[in-house]
Design a protein around this ligand. Sequence first.
Ligand SMILES: C[S@@+](CC[C@H](N)C(=O)[O-])C[C@H]1O[C@@H](n2cnc3c(N)ncnc32)[C@H](O)[C@@H]1O
Length: 247
Amino acid sequence: MLAAEAGNFYDEYPFDWTERYRPAELATVISPVLIRLLDRLAPNAFVLDVGCGPGRVMTYLAYRQIRALGVDRSFASVVLMQQRCQLPGIVADNLALPLAGGTADLVISDGVLHHTEDPALAFAELCRMLRPGGLLFLAVYRPGGHYEWLYHFPGSVFRRAVRHRLTRALVHATALPLYYLVHVLRSPRKRSWRGARNLFYDYFVTPRVHFLRRDTIEQWCRRCGVRLVEFHPRPIGNVQAFVIEKQ
Ligand SMILES: C[S@@+](CC[C@H](N)C(=O)[O-])C[C@H]1O[C@@H](n2cnc3c(N)ncnc32)[C@H](O)[C@@H]1O
């Protein structure tokens, strides 16, 4: 799949499901590892959220009055993010960021790298953005967990089904309402139908997911001259989180 096609996917189904959360409540749906890094930032620190989507984390950064720039390949997501939090954003690819390197105190890549065509190249780009002593917060899906199975099956069935009008209607009339019901039960009043639909598409239909192992990330760290300082196998949901420092 071409980069443009992957960008279009999130234009049609942005990762947009937190519109009912007040900014302060967003801390409950952000990784505790990331919250801790934000708590430790110096007053004038600069944060880059690469793959910011419609601004789940950016809205929280605005609430905390943290200086930040959002970057995403999806135009629709960047527009939503800017409307929500009044922070600057640019449409760009994490494989080639149109920004001077060595500027960020914290780079955030939350649920993004595993969707990229070349995660190793994207990782190097994220590291390039860090100033010496700066930190990268990297959250990617865990390999070997139940989500890996769900993405491959029934995900592959859903991915094929949504390509055609009739089978897509069938998915929307069966699997999607069930998924919505689970969300209604798990988070009363917080997930709208549209939010659950966007999560369903991100979860099952997104065109590409790499399940990256810890030793792969460590290998990239050595290659990029950065240091893995924290590894959290299960901080929240289906992801694993890495905190990486540029020396
Ligand atoms: C699952 S969403 C996560 C959004 C946000 N980080 C969050 O956690 O709320 C993945 C986002 O990554 C973006 N994305 C995927 N590949 C990208 C790339 N190569 N460069 C920039 N953004 C990308 C998508 O457009 C989408 O908004």
